[in-house]
Design a protein around this ligand. Structure first.
Ligand SMILES: NC(=O)c1ccc[n+]([C@@H]2O[C@H](COP(=O)([O-])OP(=O)(O)OC[C@H]3O[C@@H](n4cnc5c(N)ncnc54)[C@H](O)[C@@H]3O)[C@@H](O)[C@H]2O)c1
Length: 328
């Protein structure tokens, strides 16, 4: 199946057989591969059957490398390999590699063409689609970044066979989030991974197409992310785990504000059981200072994403409002 979202052509394939056809859509001249270290170790030989890159740049694995140092090192290697404005970058890896590569693609020559091949569940259902890219800085998540869409994304659950179970769980964290973003698509009934990924992307498509620059409706995709970002680096959680914790924290906050989210909490618990996911259940009150440092804080007002009748909505709030309304 193929889908076009804004500028991006997306292939959903069970294996790598259509990679050549996929690349054929983009009239590639010279191209440079940027690949996550672990993915390179697992798939270098196999991928060599499909690609004849000018240069392969290895990206060190792990969130701790999602920073400007990695960005500058990649730019240096690409320039030393004589990358030009008309060339293409192909990013292969999880959300760290694709966020870093998207950012590099957006700043090099003020923007060069790039394609993405996500290899984690989280990158397949979320990180590669929608054009957001960036790196962490000063202990804060994704604080330096840009909007820059890849020309194509090749999604195949084929890569998931080597993905550690905790990383699958992290991806499922984002899948759980999507269950509160559309009423007419029931992700919970899907068991086949490629269908789960497709439906998640179809849900995200609605938000990205309606509000690419993240000024309104798209912010609802951040359900669970405000508290999630606050605890991800602090508690050293995987991204999707932090999002799950963040959703639980939002439901607790809504409850303390007197809002009825009983049915939504029940669905959340059912989804945790279905996917065999476990959460620590952090106390949101301990992270209120942190969330007001979030990059989505505009002049002291934060748009929290709340849920009502199984759909998200924005709840603008200041720290003062919260202190008044909840008993700290
Ligand atoms: N841009 C966006 O819209 C967006 C959306 C959601 C998340 N993100 C970002 O994505 C990042 C998290 O992405 P992630 O969860 O993919 O983490 P990741 O990129 O760190 O990958 C997780 C681990 O899996 C390894 N790996 C990757 N593919 C593998 C495979 N097929 N087999 C074996 N090992 C493999 C990696 O080397 C790494 O160790 C976060 O930085 C988050 O901020 C971005």
């Amino acid at each position: 199946m193929q889908l076009k979202i804004n500028e991006t052509l997306i292939y959903f394939e069970k294996d790598l057989a259509k990679l050549e056809e996929f690349c054929g859509n983009f009239k590639l001249n010279k191209y440079f591969i940027m690949i996550d270290q672990n993915v390179y170790n697992f798939y270098a030989n196999e991928l060599a059957n499909y690609f004849r890159a000018c240069k392969i740049v290895i990206i060190p694995s792990g969130e701790e490398h999602k920073n400007m140092e990695t960005v500058l090192s990649i730019c240096q290697q690409l320039l030393e390999a004589n990358i030009t404005r008309g060339d293409t970058i192909i990013a292969i890896g999880g959300g760290v590699a694709t966020d870093v590569c998207g950012f590099v693609a957006s700043i090099l020559y003020r923007g060069i063409k790039h394609l993405m091949i996500p290899t984690t569940l989280l990158a397949m259902v979320d990180a590669t689609m929608g054009g957001k890219c960036g790196v962490d800085f000063n202990g804060r998540k994704n604080i330096l970044g840009s909007f820059y869409e890849p020309k194509g994304i090749y999604i195949s659950p084929y890569f998931l066979k080597t993905l550690p179970p905790e990383q699958i769980e992290s991806g499922l964290g984002e899948v759980v989030k999507y269950s509160f973003l559309a009423k007419d698509i029931n992700l919970a009934k899907e068991d086949d991974m490629i269908n789960i990924i497709k439906e998640a992307i179809l849900i995200k498509k609605r938000y990205v197409e309606a509000d690419f620059k993240d000024k309104g409706m798209r912010m609802c995709l951040n359900l669970g992310h405000t508290f999630g970002h606050a605890i991800e680096l602090k508690e050293k959680l995987l991204h999707g785990q932090a999002v799950l914790e963040g959703i639980a924290m939002i439901f607790d906050l809504e409850t303390d504000l007197g809002l009825d989210v009983k049915a939504e909490k029940e669905l959340f618990e059912r989804l945790l059981t279905k996917y065999n996911l476990h959460i620590h259940h952090y106390d949101y009150k301990n992270y209120l200072d942190d969330i007001f440092k979030d990059k989505k804080n505009f002049n002291g007002t934060l748009n929290l994403v709340f849920v009502k009748d199984f759909m998200p909505y924005l709840y603008p709030v200041t720290r003062g409002d919260l202190d008044d309304k909840i008993k700290l």
